[in-house]
Ligand binder design. Structure first.
Ligand SMILES: *Cc1c(COP(=O)(O)O)cnc(C)c1O
Length: 451
């Protein structure tokens, strides 16, 4: 079969290989890369996933995309290195499960994508004998996810700027206790100052030779690994009897749920995708009215990582249904709305419902959720409420995207206790920190980069 090429959702750039799409991040026409063909896994092969561990399934899924560009033996090493932590499936009631994607080094589901993207980038850079210098400004969580994902990779250096006074001690320690190829600088300024310095560096001709790059969240190298855990959940819970699953995904920029849509298109037996958003309800509105309007500025809700008024991956979903949407949200061609409504349900959950969801899940099931997972759990309840009795007994899996210990204030307020820290966040207190300080002065920063 033809090797898989990647097209831009804006349709103005050439199709490229995976390697190119990965190292570029965004297409030159500002669109997002999508596979021109999605490989379909055969049923017998998928059934064999029931006997595999997480890295084994990651290998099976990713090899279908990468086999023309990455030797199997190498891919096996990369997935085993990236996925060395558990992926618990918590049984809640009947055929209802919560998949906890919070056991990675930064206790959020973003570890799954970032760790694989880092390893894939490093592999291709190694082949070209090239180095990449990743610059990131962070207000807390992105920095630690990137730092941990790229930590120890030979051909990638990472530099993170953070606003000295705007980051919590725990967030800071998640970045500053690593060392090796991860350098961290505290800036005497605000997050916007850090961001401005990084942006200026990207455009500075004097720094071109440093091969600067951002670890872009819309990279295709982050999307494909997010298809894997859908296969994993299905293999663990339904693989042997071939039951179809419905997934409920708390969503912001839609990277997570797009992983599920890719899995579905690869042949994963699924009934439906339920997208649960917070009060930023531009997508449910679009799905049911066919009219799209961004929410600007986005609303501030408890599930802060989902405060998105225009999901960056929406153009990928639209493309999957035959439509065309540019990065600003303008639609040149409508997707097949009938097919979208057949496959998907979208629900918006208010902050009040989110809090009630945390309280009820704990009271009724001893299920501990943080605000993002609670949006998912409330989304499941809403969806079940609209189903006929005969459909309620089916298999449902809600994704929990972060560890409750990352949100101690909210949990304490609602449940009146402190969630226990996961192993990845324990012991940070005693580790040695290493970082330097700079004023928010671009010239000083540039001098530092050139040193
Ligand atoms: C990023 C994030 C989300 C949203 O994921 P998207 O892929 O942007 O939809 C949900 N929960 C947590 C904890 C996150 O960090």
């Amino acid at each position: 079969m033809e090797p898989i090429r990647y097209y831009s959702t804006n349709l103005q750039s050439e199709k490229v290989s995976f390697r190119e799409a990965l190292l570029r991040g965004q297409a030159p026409d500002r669109g997002l890369y999508m596979p021109a063909r999605i490989p379909v896994l055969d049923k017998v092969f998928m059934a064999s996933f029931a006997n595999r561990d997480y890295p084994g399934i990651a290998f099976g899924v990713l090899d279908a995309f990468l086999r023309d560009e990455l030797p199997s033996g190498r891919l096996r090493e990369l997935v085993e290195d990236a996925y060395d932590y558990p992926v618990p499936l918590e049984h809640v009631m009947e055929r209802k499960y919560v998949m906890r994607l919070d056991q990675g080094p930064t206790a959020s589901f973003k570890d799954f994508a970032a760790r694989m993207m880092g390893r894939l980038m490093n592999h291709f850079l190694e082949e070209e004998n090239r180095e990449l210098y990743i610059l990131t400004a962070t207000s807390g969580d992105t920095g630690s996810a990137i730092a941990n994902a790229f930590y120890g990779l030979e051909n990638i250096r990472v530099l993170i700027l953070f606003p000295e006074k705007e980051v919590t001690p725990r967030q800071r320690k998640q970045m500053t206790t690593l060392g090796k190829n991860v350098e961290v600088i505290a800036i005497d300024g605000k997050f916007d100052d850090c961001q401005a310095m990084v942006k200026k560096a990207f455009g500075d001709p004097d720094l071109q030779h440093l091969n600067l790059s951002s670890a872009n969240s819309i990279n295709i190298g982050r999307l494909l690994p997010q298809a894997v855990y859908y296969f994993y959940a299905w293999a663990q819970l339904a693989g042997r009897n071939n039951e179809k699953a419905t997934f409920v995904v708390p969503s912001g920029n839609f990277g997570d749920m797009m992983g599920g849509m890719i899995a579905w298109n690869m042949g994963l037996p699924m009934d439906r995708m339920v997208i649960a958003v917070n009060e930023n309800d531009e997508f449910p509105d679009f799905l049911y009215t066919g009219r799209y309007s961004k929410i600007e500025p986005s609303k501030n809700c408890l599930s802060s990582a989902m405060n998105v008024g225009h999901p960056s991956n929406l153009s990928r979903l639209v493309a999957l249904y035959g439509g065309e949407m540019d990065e600003k949200g303008n639609i040149a061609r409508m997707p097949d709305m009938v097919a979208m409504r057949r496959d998907m349900t979208a629900v918006s959950i208010s902050d009040k419902e989110t809090k009630a969801s945390i309280a009820d899940a704990w009271k009724e099931h001893k299920l501990l959720l943080e605000p993002h997972g609670a949006v998912g759990w409330a989304g499941l309840a809403k969806h079940l409420g609209n189903l006929p009795e005969s459909q309620k007994e089916k298999l449902f899996v809600v994704l929990e995207t972060a560890h409750p210990a990352k949100f101690p204030e909210q949990i304490r307020e609602i449940l009146d206790f402190d969630p226990e820290l996961p192993p990845s966040l324990k012991g940070l207190e005693d580790q040695e920190e290493k970082y330097s300080h700079l004023a928010h002065d671009y010239d000083a920063f540039k001098k530092h980069l050139l040193k």
